[in-house]
Design a protein around this ligand. Sequence first.
Ligand code: ADP
Length: 183
Amino acid sequence: MIVLMLGAPGVGKGTQADLLQKEKNIPHLSTGAMLRNAIEIQSPTGIIAAEYVNSGRLVPDSVVTALVKESLESEAFANGCILDGYPRNSSQATELDDILQKLGRKIQVVINIFVPEETIVKRMLERGRKDDTEDVIRHRLVVYRNETAPLLDYYGQQGKVVTIDGDNTVHSVFGKIQDVLSA
Ligand code: ADP
């Protein structure tokens, strides 16, 4: 099963994807986590990605798509995947379709977690990651609105989107996600 997590930065996609990974034994593929790791170990990808991630801009599509493609083609993700942080714009969505089509696989469900923006900003300031300063957060929200949110229409037209209220406890949001997946 391929589950796509959508929603603005800070809505809790990563937290929920981790819980889902444990519960369902489906591996979590987070481009944000992969990029942060690449930056930390200063790999060639990390060296390119650092300035984008730290300023809240999207890392070039070709860089991120290469990471995702390599993962999805690997044995570790052969039985399923929880995709978190990719695709983030329409060209990445097209690339993903292409990768999945070649693998003979498809996305079963898109989980859209919704949280009001002011709550998001508060949460991220508390989290305090390096890219969680107020200016960078605001910029990521603009990028989300302009580039990522339109994907809700793209997947909505395919009847795949389920929207979940994320302004609730981690446990209760997870309960709702489990309900969706068992439906
Ligand atoms: P958040 O959703 O809280 O912004 P992520 O961990 O998903 O956190 O992403 C952190 C940063 O990593 C993004 O702001 C962006 O710079 C980069 N990034 C992650 N995924 C992608 C992607 N699919 N395309 C381009 N850049 C990405």
